[in-house]
Design a protein around this ligand. Structure first.
Ligand SMILES: NC(=O)c1ccc[n+]([C@@H]2O[C@H](COP(=O)([O-])OP(=O)(O)OC[C@H]3O[C@@H](n4cnc5c(N)ncnc54)[C@H](OP(=O)(O)O)[C@@H]3O)[C@@H](O)[C@H]2O)c1
Length: 393
């Protein structure tokens, strides 16, 4: 094994951004993908002198050859529910650490059922959701609870995550993942059941007090703001609850967690929250119906390999507020970053996760883990150094 990390899917939209970020970092890494020509072109474009490894997810031997050369695989080959399983299987079998950008809850459930026990035995730390979903949620909650435990000696019994102002774009790869998720949910009742279960990623039989995600506009007393449903809550809340379970309920067995988008109190805030909720509903209806979906795919939405331009990525930003309530105390948390959340900020979060797994030493055994459980404070330190604000007071 001669490499610290392999970036698999380096030729894709997000993969290229991760490769740009890794350029010049003190780590032994390689560009990997299915097309040697494209990888060589990328190598020239970036001006990096790193090895090129060729592998296709449909060819297990090629994946095994890649995995055996490295300590960490960082993959942007998606939709993960379509292409990701052989990569996780190879890493779990060979005790190689892994990180990705999936937000596909039903697929993560499949990976837990298929590989958690084996990864525990081999020591492979398999960490899904190392992008905008779900690092601000998972590490944000971790920071708030860390503060509560250190300052008050007990965790907050509830936390609400509120996404405030955010600006960015979307890529064809993410659209393909969303559409594939909707198709699978339409066809398969078991997938729908997993997607609706607030504890879908917990160990079997381990549940807690939370119900379904918010579906309408509400006035929130903890936040003193109008709130609307947040589409990523469907994955992020499940990751935070899995972190709690993996850490032997560091946040408590009765811990409540929810995620919303927030808007200022007053008629304008209400109108915006209402508009956002209606637009979200309209998008899902249009994407579920054959003819409108074709129209969306052919006109409005980007194709795989496409995404927001450099200007949009640089001008983007996001701001998350986390409000924790404890027994006689309150903790205010914040997770904020510059760069469009879906790609600019996400590519930094994924690259720093890969570097953290490769270089920072380990604090847990193997398994299908979460970002906060596997990397917690080490990753927070890295992300702060990379310009993110992660605060709790
Ligand atoms: N969680 C988040 O916050 C977040 C943010 C951004 C993206 N994502 C997810 O990240 C994933 C990638 O998004 P993207 O926009 O970068 O997608 P993309 O541009 O379509 O890139 C997909 C990559 O997968 C590779 N690939 C496809 N089939 C393959 C196969 N059979 N074997 C090996 N490689 C294969 C492609 O190779 P070629 O270049 O050769 O075609 C390409 O490198 C998506 O699943 C998306 O949902 C998540």
């Amino acid at each position: 094994m001669s490499l610290d990390l392999v970036l698999f899917g380096a030729t894709g939209f997000t993969g290229k951004l991760v490769a740009e970020y890794l350029r010049g970092k003190p780590v032994r890494w390689a560009l990997a993908g299915r097309d040697r020509g494209k990888l060589e072109a990328l190598q020239r474009e970036l001006g990096v002198d790193v090895p090129i490894l060729v592998g296709d997810v449909r060819d297990p031997a090629s994946l095994e050859a890649i995995v055996k050369q490295t300590r960490v695989v960082c993959t942007t080959v998606g939709p993960y529910a379509m292409y990701g399983a052989p990569v996780v299987a190879a890493c779990a079998a060979h005790g190689v650490d892994y990180c990705d950008l999936t937000g596909e809850t039903h697929w993560i459930r499949r990976m837990i059922d298929a590989h958690h026990e084996q990864a525990k035995q081999t020591g492979a730390r398999i960490v899904h959701c190392c992008g905008f979903d779900s690092i601000p949620s998972d590490l944000g909650v971790w920071a708030v609870q860390d503060h509560a435990l250190r300052t008050h000696g007990k965790p907050c019994s509830s936390i609400v995550y509120a996404l405030g102002k955010s600006r960015g774009g979307i890529s064809g790869g993410t659209i393909a993942s969303m559409m594939n998720l909707m198709d699978e949910a339409k066809k398969d009742r078991a997938v729908r059941k997993v997607l609706l279960d607030p504890y879908a990623l917990n160990p079997a039989g381990e549940r807690g007090p939370d119900g379904p995600d918010q579906r309408s506009v509400e006035l929130d007393r903890d936040l003193n703001a109008w709130t609307a449903p947040f589409v990523m809550a469907a994955i992020n809340t499940r990751i935070v609850r899995r972190t709690n379970a993996l850490s032997d309920y560091r946040y408590g067995r009765d811990f409540h967690y929810r995620e919303v988008m927030s808007f200022p109190r007053g008629p304008r805030g209400f109108a915006t929250a209402f508009g956002v909720t209606a637009a979200l509903g309209g998008f899902f209806v249009a994407a579920a119906l054959g003819p409108t979906r074709k129209l969306l795919e052919n006109t409005v939405l980007p194709a795989p390999g496409e995404g927001p331009d450099a200007h949009t990525r640089e001008r983007g930003s996001f701001e998350v507020r986390l409000v924790g309530q404890g027994d006689g105390f309150r903790v205010e948390g914040r997770f904020a970053g510059k760069g469009d959340p879906g790609y600019g900020a996400t590519s930094v979060m994924l690259a720093e996760s890969a570097l953290c797994l490769a270089l920072d030493g380990r604090s847990t055994g193997g398994g299908i883990l979460t970002p906060a459980y596997a990397m917690g404070g080490q990753l927070a330190t890295r992300l702060r150094a990379a310009g993110f604000a992660i605060e709790a007071r």
